[in-house]
Design a binder for this molecule. Structure first.
Ligand code: HEM
Length: 532
């Protein structure tokens, strides 16, 4: 019996020592994850995201710090919320963080395998980025296509002027969206895609909108991969249909162009399609499928981001009449009242530029940028970002951080007049376009188009808010759903032009508000879908 007890004693001692050894070894080797909330079983911290993930994550960062780790469904997510850490991820360790975390919905038509937005940093992606950077968005190319944009902005002003004279409602959001769409469609195909009189493209605008809405919907599949095959909300299914229609349209336009080229009748256009077709003839990396997916990328990433920035700027100006007055004074002094603005005038309009920066600080169109992932464990500030984790950079939180910005929720363009901070990805306090090698390639176009459209709208009309709502009491900024309720249907925008007063009715505000809700959530929801 004693022998038996002795053996038991020896065995338990060995087991205890072994366990201790394993514990010490695992504590030495297991990664030190960033702090974060304790996850619930199965769903993790999903419920903490709320309907505005960028805001909820900013609140959580106040508790857990500028690098935190959350379990969202089955997915480990690391969230970055300070300029220093954003610089670490987007610039200093750029390569390690340059792969995208891909939402399930964009697997439709294999989009993830051809898209500049979703491809990993490798030869295909490099060729596509090179095509974009040197042939489409280079300074020379943009200078050459300036005339086309001037024309589209002029059409926007003419449209507003016509409504003004006829005293009918102007839906600003819709008009600016249409302008952005036509700007891009002319740059790519030399046609107006938002022109409702053209049969072949009648549905185009609607289609682009539907695609953004679908991508923007929260998708359970991204949270729980086991649901992939079922596609319970049908998002991938609907997106497959939408993508199918849009690729059919692009394909038709490419065929027409190829036919013109075959007949020797093309060349005058020298638009993006011509440039891309030229590239396919010399570069095996890019083929026709890439071109079709690239067109989708350009329309999906470039239309709404641009137009929502103009809408937000207009909304902020209407809420801040003093700022609007100063902007008008600068334009009157530099350009002349009511005169058309050129892109080349923008460097001479520092206050207008400051308004655009301030708008993008408070309302970044992609508040969580576009999600990245890491392919191996990566050390950041003493923490491990584990292999396969999704990485979100909260540009919204950085733009609203009181330790970075004085009165962060106030719209004060003046702050930028004496501040050498730009949106081009070198100042990590303000990163609406992201940073590093995956920085938005459309940046150079956006920073021309947005002030051009905005300055033209301000300089051509007098805008004011009426209907019993005083701008000072207009506390709509953070909750657009309540804005929608509060503003409709009694609010009127009065736009004074050529001594005529026209009313931009509550309907317009309602549309704009609805657009805003979708705009603001487009990328953020995309991230919400993607990350989980
Ligand atoms: C206000 C306007 C715009 C904003 C705020 C914006 C914002 C962004 C952001 C945050 C990213 C991700 C960057 C990162 O991961 O670091 C991005 C990527 C991208 N944007 Fe934009 N964008 C705008 C306009 C445009 C335009 C006009 C185009 C094209 C015509 C465009 C095309 C793209 C593409 C293709 C990517 C993917 C780049 C890659 O992953 O390599 N964007 N954009």
């Amino acid at each position: 019996m004693e022998f038996f007890i002795f053996i038991l004693y020896i065995l338990s001692t060995i087991t205890f020592l072994k366990s201790l050894q394993l514990l010490i070894r695992s504590s030495r080797t297991s990664p030190k994850l960033p702090p974060g909330p304790v996850p619930l079983p199965v769903i993790g911290s999903l419920l903490k995201l709320g309907d505005k993930p960028h805001k909820s994550l900013a609140e959580l960062a106040k508790i857990y710090g500028p690098i935190m780790c959350l379990k969202l469904g089955r997915k480990t997510t690391v969230v970055i919320s300070s300029p220093a850490l954003a610089q670490e991820v987007l610039q200093k360790q750029d390569l390690a963080f340059s792969t995208r975390s891909i939402p399930n919905a964009v697997h439709a038509h294999g989009h993830n395998k051809y898209s500049t937005v979703w491809l990993p940093v490798a030869d295909q992606w490099r060729s596509l980025r090179k095509a974009l950077n040197s042939n489409i968005f280079s300074g020379n190319r943009l200078d050459a296509s300036q005339n086309l944009r001037r024309q589209k902005v002029q059409e926007l002003i003419e449209y507003a002027g016509k409504c003004c004279k006829e005293g009918v409602t102007v839906d600003i959001g819709s008009a600016v969206f249409k302008t952005s769409l036509n700007l891009l469609s002319n740059t790519i195909f030399s046609i107006d895609m938002a022109d409702p009189t053209q049969d072949s493209v009648k549905q185009f605008r609607h289609l682009i909108w539907e695609i953004m809405v679908e991508i923007g919907k929260p998708n359970f599949v991204d949270y729980f991969l086991v649901l992939e095959k079922i596609d319970p909300q049908g998002i991938r299914h609907r997106l497959t249909n939408h993508f199918g229609k849009i690729f059919e349209l692009f394909s038709q336009l490419i065929d027409e162009r190829l036919e013109l080229r075959r007949l020797g009748k093309s060349g005058a256009e020298n638009d993006v399609i011509d440039i891309l077709l030229n590239i396919t003839e010399v570069n095996g990396e890019i083929n026709r499928t890439h071109i079709e997916h690239l067109c989708l990328d350009i329309f999906a990433a470039g239309t709404d981001t641009t137009s929502s920035s103009v809408e937000w700027a207009m909304a902020e100006l209407l809420r801040n009449p003093e700022t609007l007055k100063k902007a008008k004074a600068e334009l009157e002094q530099t350009i002349g009242k009511g005169k058309p603005i050129e892109e080349s005038d923008i460097p001479r309009l520092p206050y207008l530029q400051a308004i655009v920066k301030e708008t993008m600080r408070i309302h970044p169109p992609a508040p969580l940028l576009i999600p990245r992932t890491v392919e191996t464990d990566v050390e950041v500030y003493g923490y491990t970002v584990p292999q396969g984790a999704q990485v979100l950079v909260n540009a919204w939180a950085i733009g609203h951080d009181p330790s970075v910005w004085e009165n962060p929720t106030s719209f004060m363009p003046e702050r930028f007049l004496d501040l050498d901070i730009d949106v081009r990805g070198r100042d990590f306090e303000l990163i609406p376009f992201g940073g590093g090698r995956r920085i938005c390639p459309g940046l150079s176009l956006a920073i021309r188009v947005i002030p051009h459209m905005l300055g033209s709208l301000i300089n051509s009309f007098d805008w004011k808010l009426e209907g019993g709502i005083k701008p000072g009491s207009w506390t709509w900024m953070t909750n657009l759903a309540s804005l929608y309720k509060r503003l409709s249907p009694c609010v009127l925008f009065h736009c004074l032009c050529d001594s005529l007063i026209f009313l931009v009715l509550g309907k317009c505000i309602r549309n704009v508000a609805i657009h805003f809700v979708v705009h603001v959530q487009f990328f953020s929801l995309l991230i919400r879908l993607t990350e989980l």
